[in-house]
Design a binder for this molecule. Structure first.
Ligand SMILES: Nc1nc2c(ncn2[C@@H]2O[C@H](COP(=O)(O)OP(=O)(O)OP(=O)(O)O)[C@@H](O)[C@H]2O)c(=O)[nH]1
Ligand SMILES: [Mg+2]
Length: 457
């Protein structure tokens, strides 16, 4: 147990129905006794019970707020230490004055993520779970939330541990064969261990392969709407957003800044970005808009290139397509309420790399079809809902290094090299794997991870 007691406001800044203050450490109960005046006399503060009463200023005795308090004695608490939670009225001034009183009574302000860090240091949760707490708080989509909850429940750690258990099994065999080479005992056949290792490596690669999907769940999908001026990009954005977000006029070059709209599509968050129409311009502001549009398109997961179907597929449209040839692309043929000058079938043959969708932003036609196409970018969604998905970049790097070492170990076992070599590689692999669950993470790694949290978590 750490000897100092920490305190912070756990709810977001601003006014709300209630605001919660959290205290963790040995002095929690003492602080509660000093500052809390229960409505009804109580013989003893029971753990995990909610009490109604007042919080007073320890020095003046003035009532600061009418509150509910709960004391959770360690180790059955979030941090594993004694934890006090005070639910106040959600006025920032009240919360600050109660926090001041708590600090006065012997706590110190918590650093970002310090509650969760203590939970980790007291072995309440492993590192993957601790990071899931941060993911849970910042998840941008329903599925991101779902995955973070999975990780919080330790499902990812369980799968990693299964891989780890196989590595340990094979390593134990290898080390036994190193230690007993000179002695006359019969060792188990290495033929049994190679498949165990190979299978563990394979399931590791399978976990790793879920990262791209995991990143999409966590960060959402970024879709840039690009094209020549006046083709209807902003009109399309407004349709996708379901409200008027971007200015639409018949004047080419209307949009200059990026306009971003987050849309929740079946539990996944999609950010649509409207951009300036791409053309050569002698206007400084428009040129800058075009430059930003190109940069954002280059970073997008998907680019929707809008063309004006009533004008046809022009040389400039082709140039914009070529600029994005390494991206996933959808060609949206807009203004289909007017006579079309392009044949969508011919266009599809002409640009085999992109899907062609015909729509009219004006009449709200074809928008659902486009949305479905965008949703298809996640590889179809629901079927994998029950699986563990890797969502964290740090986990991915650690797991990849572990698997590469393990693969080298398998290779040298196969070619019948002396057991020292694969044993060394497997030790490396175990070290990398431990980085996911935090079994041997150094202080600097921990500080980096927990600094990502907000205060009060
Ligand atoms: N007939 C018809 N007109 C449309 C359609 N979509 C957009 N327009 C018109 O096309 C003109 C340009 O629309 P915007 O949405 O501003 O086009 P934009 O691509 O954002 O233009 P810039 O911002 O200048 O690059 C406006 O007059 C719209 O009313 C459509 O589906 N059919
Ligand atoms: Mg526009």
């Amino acid at each position: 147990m750490r000897e100092d007691t920490i305190a912070a406001i756990a709810t977001p800044a601003g006014a709300g129905g209630i605001g919660v203050l959290r205290v963790s450490g040995d002095r929690s109960e003492d602080i509660c006794r000093r500052l809390f005046r229960p409505r009804n006399t109580i013989a003893r503060l029971e753990t995990h019970h909610l009490y109604h009463g007042d919080i007073i200023d320890g020095e003046t005795g003035h009532v600061l707020d009418e509150v509910l308090v709960a004391l959770m004695r360690g180790p059955r608490s979030y941090t594993g230490e004694d934890v006090l939670e005070i639910s106040c009225h959600g006025n920032p001034l009240i919360l600050q004055s109660v926090l001041d009183a708590v600090l006065q009574a012997g706590a110190r302000p918590a650093e970002p993520g310090e509650f969760t860090k203590r939970a980790f240091l007291n072995n309440r949760i492993d590192l993957a779970q601790a990071e899931a707490v941060a993911d849970l708080v910042t998840a941008r989509s329903e599925r991101g939330l779902h995955q973070a909850l999975f990780a919080l429940k330790g499902r990812l750690s369980d799968e990693i541990r299964a891989v780890r258990a196989s590595f340990v099994e094979v390593l134990t065999f290898l080390e036994t064969s190193i230690d007993f080479t000179d002695e006359d005992i019969v060792l188990p056949d290495s033929g049994h261990y190679l498949p165990v290792l190979r299978e563990a490596v394979l399931s590791g690669w399978n976990i790793l392969a879920t990262y791209d999907r995991g990143a999409l769940y966590r960060n959402g999908l970024t879709v840039v709407i690009a094209g020549r001026p006046n083709v209807g990009k902003s009109s399309l954005l407004n349709r996708l957003a379901g409200e008027k977000r971007a200015i639409v006029t018949e004047i080419p070059g209307t949009t200059r800044d990026l306009i971003e709209v987050d849309v929740d599509m079946s539990g996944l968050s999609v950010r649509f970005i409207d951009t300036a129409g791409i053309r050569e311009s002698d206007q400084e502001i428009e040129r800058e808009g075009v430059r930003i549009a190109r940069t954002r398109a280059a970073e997008a997961d998907l680019v929707i290139i809008v063309i004006d179907g009533a004008e046809g597929f022009l040389e400039e449209d082709r140039r914009i397509m070529n600029e994005n040839c390494d991206k996933r692309m959808v060609l949206a043929v807009n203004k289909s309420d007017l006579p079309l000058k392009v044949d969508p079938g011919e266009l599809a043959d002409l640009v085999p790399d992109a899907d062609v969708i015909v729509l009219s932003a004006k009449l709200n036609r074809g928008i659902d079809c486009l949305k479905e196409r965008v949703a298809g970018e996640w590889g179809g969604g629901d079927k994998n809902d029950g699986d563990v998905v890797l969502t964290n970049l740090r986990h991915r790097e650690a797991l990849r290094e572990a698997l590469e070492s393990a693969e080298r170990a398998a290779q040298s076992m196969e070619t019948g090299e002396s057991p020292e070599l694969p044993a060394f590689e497997l030790q490396e692999a175990l070290r990398s794997l431990a980085l996911v669950t935090g079994e041997n993470a150094g202080d600097d790694v921990l500080d980096l991870i927990f600094s990502r949290f907000c205060i009060g978590k």
